[in-house]
Write a new protein. Structure first.
Length: 464
């Protein structure tokens, strides 16, 4: 058996000292990094860093709070925003963000004598939650309702789920059974389907509550006659051809359109941009809009309907219907009302209160013979809003006093003292025997204003 001999290995040379030091330093740095990472994962380790940052406004809303308890809770948390301990202030702000947009209407107004940090936190909350709340407020109400039930029960449920008031007193056919199959269905589509089953429609010229009347014999179904776009519904009511015998070029077809919106909203300005209208007849003719800006701008005066008359070029007799009608509508919608309070108006001259984009300055309160006058300056950060929108918004304001007995006292008259594109001066008169000492002046107005351009489409509109 042959033997294999291995050559003797030479001893390894000693490791240089600088390499040993390099390894030791690397191990030390890795240990420090690992210790820091483990410590960061321990509860409470980020307290100092968290105090330097505002709570995230992107946090998902998870907290469910009974609406009856919400005003008191928001008041307590708002007071905590001015606590001495920063951890308490941060926790209160985080909690308010977690509850979500519902807290905005209960946040206190920012007065000029409040602390800078408290004002900063309140403004930050309004900015974060106000945008979320306004966006949700102007989106269409969605409802989920399934099963067979009476018409009365179905309409009652629709009101509860959407906040849109429907008058049910002395309405026919409400005991009929209707079949509902709505899954996140927009308000108008679900509402129209129920009305069609009950052979009902909405009365013209309604107020803030939808009034129902029997549908006329041979009238089309609401779901077929209307076009839907978000919170809005459009329906052509009357189509009329006008032949100008002395000036045929001025002949036109006039279409009366009923524009409706969810009653929970109150648009303050509506404009139909006629250049956006595209009307194609069944024979291919295209109707051109008769441009007249004054006739296409409207300031609604209440209720949830607006009836407008739009003029287009006259088609030939070959056209029997408008096969397709696409257009746009520009709308301004104010947000929810905000309240600003001034205690002892006679002593509050030049005091400022702010809620979101709304700022009110109590310029002066004085006695004028037997009447007390309160002068205020009101402004809304426009962010490029149109003058028409602002002026429409200014009509939604209200003001009153709370007297020494905690009773509401209405003003006996008001007037506008000045108006610009973003500010309005107002004078309110009060007939109050006890004077203004110990009273509170309350001013209410929407703290936001949203401008939207909506698109709509209508089909198969018969021509006379």
């Amino acid at each position: 058996m042959a033997l294999i001999h291995s050559p003797k290995r030479k001893p390894s040379p000693p490791v240089p000292l600088y390499q040993v030091c390099t390894v030791i330093v690397a191990v030390c740095l890795w240990s420090v990094s690992l210790f820091t990472e483990l410590r960061a994962q321990q509860p409470g380790s980020d307290a100092k860093n968290a105090q330097k940052q505002a709570p995230s406004s992107k946090r998902k809303v998870k907290t469910q709070v009974d609406t009856k308890d919400l005003p008191a809770l928001v008041t307590k948390l708002s007071n905590d925003l001015d606590e001495v301990k920063q951890s308490v202030r941060d926790a209160a702000e985080a909690k308010l963000l977690e509850i979500g947009p519902a807290v905005v209407e209960f946040l206190p107004a920012v007065s000029s004598d409040a602390s800078d940090e408290w004002k900063m936190r309140i403004d930050r909350l309004r900015s974060a939650l106000g945008e979320m709340g306004t966006e949700e407020y102007t989106l269409p109400s969605l409802l989920t309702l399934n099963g067979a039930m009476s018409g009365r029960d179905a309409l009652t449920k629709i009101t509860e789920l959407t906040g849109n008031k429907i008058e049910l007193a002395e309405v026919a056919n409400l005991d009929r059974e209707v079949i509902t199959d709505f899954e996140a269905t927009p308000f108008w589509e679900a509402f129209d389907e129920v009305l069609d089953q009950l052979e009902l429609t909405v009365a013209a010229g309604d107020g803030g509550t939808l009034r129902l009347v029997p549908r006329a014999l041979n009238a089309p179904l609401r779901v077929a006659a209307g076009g839907y776009s978000g919170v809005f519904r459009l329906e052509p009511l009357v189509v009329q051809k006008i032949n100008q015998l002395h000036d045929p070029a001025q002949s036109s077809v006039q279409i009366q359109v009923l524009m409706s919106w969810e009653p929970r909203l109150v648009p303050v300005f509506v404009k139909f941009p006629m250049e956006s209208m595209v009307l194609v007849c069944d024979d291919g003719q295209v109707l051109e809009a008769k441009l007249n800006a004054q006739e296409t701008e409207f300031v609604p005066t209440g209720g949830s309907q607006l009836q407008v008359s739009l003029s287009f070029s006259l088609p030939t007799r070959d056209a029997k219907s408008i096969f397709r009608w696409n257009g746009k509508v520009f709308v301004s919608i104010p947000g929810k009302l905000a309240s600003l309070e001034f205690a002892d108006p006679m002593k509050a001259n030049k005091k400022t209160a702010t809620v979101g984009n709304l700022q009110v300055v109590l310029e002066k309160a004085r006695k004028n013979r037997d009447i007390y006058e309160v002068l205020v300056g009101v402004s809304l950060k426009s962010d490029g809003k149109s003058t028409e929108s602002f002026r429409g918004w200014s009509n939604t304001n209200e003001a009153f006093l709370i007297n020494q007995a905690n009773e509401r006292v209405e003003h006996v008259g008001w007037s506008t003292t000045r108006m610009t594109d973003s500010e309005i001066g107002l004078s309110y008169l009060f007939d109050i025997d006890q004077g203004l000492d110990g009273c509170k002046f309350i001013f209410r107005a929407p703290a936001t204003l949203v401008e939207q351009t909506i698109e709509f489409a209508l089909e198969d509109v018969p021509l006379p």
